[in-house]
Design a protein around this ligand. Structure first.
Ligand SMILES: *[C@@H]1O[C@H](CO)[C@@H](O)[C@H](O)[C@H]1NC(C)=O
Ligand SMILES: *[C@@H]1O[C@H](CO)[C@@H](O)[C@H](O)[C@H]1NC(C)=O
Ligand SMILES: *[C@@H]1O[C@H](CO)[C@@H](O)[C@H](O)[C@H]1NC(C)=O
Ligand SMILES: *[C@@H]1O[C@H](CO)[C@@H](O)[C@H](O)[C@H]1NC(C)=O
Ligand SMILES: *[C@@H]1O[C@H](CO)[C@@H](O)[C@H](O)[C@H]1NC(C)=O
Length: 439
């Protein structure tokens, strides 16, 4: 019996917790663009990196010559656009051909008591890299593995200048094949190291802090799916109040994202995701507005003051004669939002607290009014006639992404489905992101 119970419990908790509330697909189009940005960024990165010192010793007949190559800088770097393609069920294949780098630096040698120094130029050309990257879910996040990596170097040219260069230049020319091999052997490990760095960033980004009040849990619910022309991530997509994170009294709903290959990215946002945001903001206690008399136009026949409210509540001006008033309008329960093809419904239970403003002692609470019906009607009206058209107009002009600086959404369209929203969009970024030290 306990076995049956355990199974039933497992089945219930699994179906309850595991639906993705955010689904995102990067199309082939999107992949191309991302790879283009990475190339631009890498090209700039490579020209500013500081290369580590290289030292060693070479045996000549009379003993060992110690050498140090130092203060090396990249003078030029030509990084051709890589070709990228999805590898169905696996990840992404990437190929770069014809990469060349020109480096200059200084050399020092020590042979017994003899010290010598000068400078050098090093050109590495015809470099290629071919790799297959696998995407998987490790614990709750995306990780990338290097499944295959093949590097080749067309050749190197080194010129030594100054000091006794003329003595060892012919010697170096003879060994250029070995130097080429040494560089080639280091490319894939260096590339893998970069992928490990990316994995560390991915592993550390389980949540996105939206503002001081709420954060979004973006841990993966399922392994990533790689199609022939797209890459899909299924994300938990639940918002939490930063101050008092707790599970909402409703469960995730299942939905299937019909994504669009002609946009760079498609994102499906479930009702649950949006409602968890509303719940998190409600829990944070910030869903309120204060209405003061100053906000009411001078010519209005109604003003927030006790004399005027006397016609409704005669005791008020007797107890608090001729005082200004203030209203705090707040959500008294978590707002509930639902999507249904043509409309977005918003149910807000709201209440209002009325205060008299005493210039000496501050606010004096007067009374509370529940105004659920009226607000609910207002909410529905505002959303369908004002918010959605405005949102789509704004999306057309582009929408900055606050958490990913420099990137913005362009050419976006939001559509309402039963139980979820779809945002189909292109992504644009301003050139200055390339100047920043992190992506
Ligand atoms: C995010 O959700 C995952 C899966 O439910 C959970 O394991 C993890 O602890 C959550 N992280 C935070 C910071 O809420
Ligand atoms: C109203 O919201 C603000 C934040 O915008 C918050 O600091 C304040 O405590 C809230 N007041 C009430 C009465 O909920
Ligand atoms: C309240 O309203 C009355 C009538 O409109 C006006 O005469 C009075 O100055 C107002 N008092 C305050 C404190 O605003
Ligand atoms: C969507 O709205 C229509 C018309 O108001 C209604 O007939 C239908 O039942 C609603 N569908 C859902 C899933 O709520
Ligand atoms: C993309 O961003 C750049 C720079 O911010 C801007 O000049 C360009 O118009 C944008 N393109 C689109 C399609 O929005």
């Amino acid at each position: 019996m306990w076995l049956v119970t355990t199974f039933l419990l497992m089945a219930i908790t699994q179906t309850h917790a595991d639906y993705a509330s955010l689904q995102a697909v990067l199309s082939q189009n999107g992949l191309q663009k991302v790879s283009h940005w990475m190339t631009d960024w890498l090209q700039k990165e490579l020209s500013t990196i500081t290369l580590p010192e290289v030292s060693g010793s070479v045996d000549i007949f009379l003993g060992s010559v110690y050498y140090v190559l130092h203060d090396m800088t990249v003078n030029r770097c030509d990084l051709p656009e890589p070709s990228v393609a999805y590898s169905e069920g696996t990840g992404v294949s990437l190929q770069v051909n014809g990469l060349s780098v020109v480096i200059s630096g200084h050399w020092n040698t020590k042979f017994g008591l003899i010290h010598d120094s000068g400078w050098f130029d090093l050109a590495i050309f015809g470099t290629s890299l071919e790799t297959l990257l696998g995407f998987q879910k490790t614990e709750d996040y995306l990780s990338i593995s290097t499944l295959t990596c093949l590097a080749n170097v067309g050749g190197v040219k080194i010129h030594f200048h100054g000091g006794g260069s003329f003595i060892f230049q012919p010697f170096v020319d003879e060994f250029s094949g070995e130097i080429t091999d040494m560089i080639r052997e280091r490319i894939c490990p260096a590339f893998q190291q970069e992928i490990e760095n990316v994995n560390r960033v991915l592993a550390a980004s389980e949540t996105i802090k939206l503002d001081p009040f709420v954060y979004l849990n973006v841990s993966l619910t399922d392994p990533p799916v790689v199609f022939q022309n797209g890459f899909e991530l299924n994300v938990k997509g639940e918002f939490y109040s930063a101050r008092c994170p707790s599970e909402p009294p409703f469960s995730p709903n299942h939905f299937d994202l019909q994504w669009q290959a002609d946009y760079m990215m498609s994102v499906g946002i479930s009702e649950f995701c949006v409602n968890s945001a509303a719940f998190a903001y409600f829990k944070s206690g910030i869903l309120n507005v204060t209405i003061t008399d100053g906000m009411i136009p001078k010519g209005s026949p109604i003003h927030l003051n006790t004399s005027q409210f006397g016609s409704l509540i005669p005791q008020l001006p007797k107890k608090y004669p001729d005082m200004e008033m203030e209203i705090v309008l707040y959500a008294s329960d978590n707002p509930k939002i639902s999507f249904n093809q043509t409309v977005i419904n918003l149910d807000v239970s709201a209440a209002a607290k009325f205060y008299a403003i005493d210039t000496h002692t501050g606010l004096i609470p007067l009374f509370r009014l529940d105004m659920t019906e009226a607000i609910e009607r207002i909410g529905r009206l505002v959303l369908s006639t004002i918010v959605l058209p405005r949102l789509n107009a704004q999306l057309k002009d582009g929408l900055p992404l606050p958490s990913v600086k420099g990137f913005s959404l362009t050419n976006s369209v939001m559509t309402v489905k039963n139980g979820f929203l779809i945002l189909a969009t292109d992504i644009n970024h301003s050139a200055d992101i390339l100047q920043s030290d992190k992506l």
